[in-house]
Ligand binder design. Structure first.
Ligand code: FDA
Length: 299
């Protein structure tokens, strides 16, 4: 990592919003649902599916959670009305998980029930470790009620993930597997990227062995290579798994995956609460910021 990249990754959480916004544009569809619809339509034309995410997390009041719940139902209705090949991703803390577990479960239940009624799907994203148990619990509960209309996310940086997989009910199991993005203590999360990758493949193997449909969410070509070997090992058909990528990341890899005949879904965030999401993305890859700076100043 260059000195400039290192500096950006260490300081990005303290950089003022207007500065981050210069770099954030490529990661966000825009501020309105119509932006997410437009971006999804473009992807669908290229044979790529999306999952739409209304930005917002760690809300402070129940009224905010209710607002987000209503908007998520509106997103599902819009996907249906516009005949988009897309589903919905939600953050449990956006639905009030850190305020009141039962209240959050009721909000998410309403959204998933609505998705089920129009034959769509809700992905409950995984946030930081204070929310891991709570998220897995609500996922298990909703799964019993709504089966294939709901799924969650597992993170390969967590030491606990292989045993979490052992505890999942295999019926209609639909899991997004990713490395994990939050800053977790070493007791809970591997810090060595080599081990995070080894655990990713170990977890993917366990999920496939369990018969799960997996959203393989990574831009790491080493992991995509190993995933393809597992897809071959389990003799999976095209519709038994999908790759997933974030909006704004590695267009060339996107094309390689699609041209290889695989299903691909792009995560399309939109909304006014773009700052925490964008800061996480920039911390993850400070090269984006240096690239934008070079373009701006012609260096
Ligand atoms: P890695 O970080 O090693 O990146 C591999 C390569 O991809 C890099 O060398 C770089 O070229 C490129 N790249 C990666 N990130 C980039 C960026 N931001 N900008 C530009 N280039 C970038 N996490 C979580 O904790 N909970 C969740 O619910 C989700 N949900 C989720 C959905 C989807 C669809 C994806 C793809 C990812 C997530 N994540 C997530 C984030 C995930 O945990 C992880 O932080 C990122 O995907 C980056 O990890 P990679 O596997 O891509 O590897």
């Amino acid at each position: 990592m260059s000195a400039l990249n290192f500096l950006i990754s260490k300081t990005i959480m303290h950089v003022p919003g207007p500065v981050v916004s210069i770099f954030a544009k490529s990661y966000i569809a825009g501020q309105e649902l119509s932006d997410a619809v437009r971006v999804t339509r473009d992807f669908n034309k290229q044979g790529i599916m999306t999952t739409i995410d209304l930005l917002g997390e760690f809300i402070k009041t129940k009224d905010q959670a209710k607002y987000f719940k209503e908007r998520c139902i509106e997103i599902l209705d819009t996907i249906n009305k516009e005949k988009l090949d897309s589903n919905l991703s939600i953050k449990p803390t956006q639905m009030g998980l850190s305020l009141d577990e039962d209240f959050a479960l009721e909000n998410i239940r309403e959204i998933v029930a609505h998705a089920a009624s129009i034959n769509n799907f809700v992905r409950v994203d995984m946030e930081d470790t204070p929310n891991t148990d709570k998220t897995l619990k609500l996922h298990a509960e909703l799964k019993k009620e709504f089966g294939k209309s709901v799924g969650t996310v597992l993170q390969s940086y967590l030491r606990r993930t292989p045993s979490d997989i052992d505890n999942l009910d295999p019926k209609d199991l639909n899991i997004r597997l990713c490395k994990g993005i939050y800053n977790e203590p070493r007791e809970l999360a591997y810090k060595d990227p080599y081990i995070v990758n080894q655990n990713f493949i170990h977890c993917l193997d366990k999920l496939f062995a369990k018969g799960a449909y997996v959203g393989i969410a990574t831009h790491d070509e080493k992991l995509i290579f190993e995933s393809l070997r597992l897809i071959e090992k389990y003799n999976l058909k095209r519709e038994d798994y999908e790759f997933q990528m974030l909006l704004g990341v590695d267009e060339q890899l996107r094309k390689i995956i699609v041209d290889g005949g695989h299903r691909l879904r792009v995560y399309v965030p939109f909304g006014k609460d773009w700052l925490p999401y964008s800061k996480r993305r920039l911390k993850e890859n400070p090269k984006i910021a240096t690239h934008a700076l070079r373009q701006m100043f012609g260096i």
